[in-house]
Design a protein around this ligand. Sequence first.
Ligand SMILES: NC(=O)c1ccc[n+]([C@@H]2O[C@H](COP(=O)([O-])OP(=O)(O)OC[C@H]3O[C@@H](n4cnc5c(N)ncnc54)[C@H](O)[C@@H]3O)[C@@H](O)[C@H]2O)c1
Length: 256
Amino acid sequence: MTDLTAMNRFVDRIAVITGAGSGIGAATSRRFASEGASVVVADIDDDAAASVVEQIEASGGDAWASHCDVSSTADWKALAEAVETRHGRVDVVHNNAFTRVFGAAHELAEADWEHQISVNLSSVYRSVRAFMPALRASKGCIVNTASVRAVLGFPGDAAYTASKGGMLALTRQLAVEYGPEVRVNAVLPGPILTPSWNGADDSVVDLHARSTAAGRVGSPDEVAAAVCFLASADASYITGASLAVDGGFMAKKDPS
Ligand SMILES: NC(=O)c1ccc[n+]([C@@H]2O[C@H](COP(=O)([O-])OP(=O)(O)OC[C@H]3O[C@@H](n4cnc5c(N)ncnc54)[C@H](O)[C@@H]3O)[C@@H](O)[C@H]2O)c1
């Protein structure tokens, strides 16, 4: 485990994280806070967000919770105004919230298609509308949580896969549009054991573990480390990039 006391990369920095009440977003919130950032824990689940804030405060960090449904332009506007009032700046926006309804394209209800595109992809556009002026002023950055599914097709997952592929294209586009002031990157997690896996059969977890070169599923902390690296000065010459955090899932063709 990394000695986090040795790293203070985000002192006086403000990090806004969506879907921060659980899994990867919660781990990223804790990691940013442990490295000195003030963290805005944004989620639709207010209890979950409050609990992450409690954990951060109990460890001596600084965080506050904000209700934000990333599919709502009004919520993004309110979030940006609250961050401006409280901190007067923002340095990192981590677009991480997601929703998923499985289904092949010909079976998926149009409302389910539209909602997944809105939560998983259009949310990034909304984040830019809400925060780009402040990010430009601070020479900040955006980190998007995409997925290995941005570049690989899987049966029965049409809208999620399309939304993550779109997120990757938008990551490159935003990097070009808003460089050199603002860097924009994406992480591509592979199988990461989070509450989104609740109810998954052991055999499914095992199949995913065997589909990686690492021979195991990953932890949310391992994605958080990559997100914080991309947001840090250590990644000052990295923009428009996608970093797989997948234990070699994309490098390995078959489970064995
Ligand atoms: N866990 C994995 O194996 C895996 C793999 C690849 C990519 N990812 C990506 O990682 C990210 C986080 O996934 P996770 O596994 O940590 O999920 P999770 O289910 O543990 O957490 C997701 C959080 O998002 C919140 N959320 C849902 N809809 C929202 C909305 N409209 N507005 C704001 N918040 C909302 C939920 O309340 C929850 O707290 C997602 O973007 C997901 O696509 C995860």
